[in-house]
Design a protein. Structure first.
Length: 292
């Protein structure tokens, strides 16, 4: 409390001002309380500015999602052992007939080569068209049809012999050209391996188009074709090695040496027809995939 006359402070229970004696009963005047200063931090704090580009929508600020990338893959086909099984089942149904036609094809081809070795421009097309006929035997045998010796000469039909000979020679020519390039010679060999089957199943296709179609069909499957051929050869070589080592055992080694000779003969006689049926099974499965 302060005095209303002189402005001096008055104790709380006093009735008169101790300085000028003015009675306290007069209306007291409260000492004004000075306003508390705002904290320095608040004075120094900058005013919040509105966010820049507040008017932009979320779609404008968020980058658009990347377009999906589609990777083209080849449809899967069976494994190598699956093709072995199919070839064995076909060979099991007609072992004598198929094996006999395989030997007949090898005999005729060897005879043509020996008689026409001085005229390769004539001999080579004849042997290639014979191989086309043998491919027809493999196709018919794979589908369970009857196979006969005259089918070996089906590529020599008057209306088809020129196209067949041109297609087979065109395939061999490109195989020979790529044969001088390491690695590529193997790749191209399997790229062209379906040409005989295409010439037999598509009578309207030309020689050059048969080559292109074979390249399209084998695209993505050449590794498996190569593996099927290599696996059976490696298994044969390992078997020969094991039998050869066992043949060194005293007293009983001659038994293993006889087994080695029989295995070698069996491989020479049956390997061409078996591996031909394996490739035929590949062609049928790949053809089914391309039709889908």
């Amino acid at each position: 409390m302060i005095c209303s006359n002189c402005g001096s402070p008055i104790p709380g229970e006093a009735k008169f001002c101790p300085v000028c004696g003015t009675p306290v009963s007069a209306a007291p005047v409260e000492e004004p309380v000075p306003a508390q200063a705002a904290p320095a931090a608040e004075e120094a704090a900058p005013k919040e500015e509105p966010a820049a580009n507040w008017y932009q929508s979320a779609e404008q600020q968020t980058p658009p999602p990347a377009a999906p990338v589609y990777v083209k893959t080849k449809p899967a086909i069976g494994g190598i052992l699956e093709f072995y099984r199919k070839a064995f089942n076909v060979l099991k149904k007609k072992p004598i007939r198929l094996w006999g036609l395989s030997l007949l094809y090898l005999l005729i081809s060897s005879l043509v080569f020996s008689l026409g070795s001085l005229v390769p421009l004539i001999t080579i097309p004849i042997v290639l068209v014979l191989s086309l006929g043998f491919t027809g035997v493999l196709l018919d045998g794979y589908h369970g049809k009857d196979v006969r010796s005259e089918q070996l000469f089906q590529g020599f039909r008057r209306e088809e012999v020129v196209r067949n000979g041109a297609g087979m020679c065109w395939m061999e020519l490109w195989t020979l050209i790529w044969g001088f390039v390491p690695i590529m010679n193997i790749i191209k060999y399997y790229s062209y391996c379906f040409v005989p089957y295409i010439l037999l199943t598509d009578k309207e296709i030309t020689a050059t188009e048969a080559l292109r179609k074979s390249m399209r069909m084998t695209d993505g499957y050449k590794g498996k074709l190569f593996g099927a051929d290599v696996l059976i050869v490696v298994a044969f070589m390992v078997a020969l090695l094991v039998l050869g080592l066992l043949g060194q055992i005293p007293y009983v080694g001659w038994i293993f040496m006889i087994a080695l000779v029989l295995l070698y003969i069996a491989f020479i006689l049956f390997a061409p027809i078996f591996m031909g049926l394996v490739r035929t099974a590949f062609f049928e499965d790949v053809s089914a995939v391309h039709e889908e």
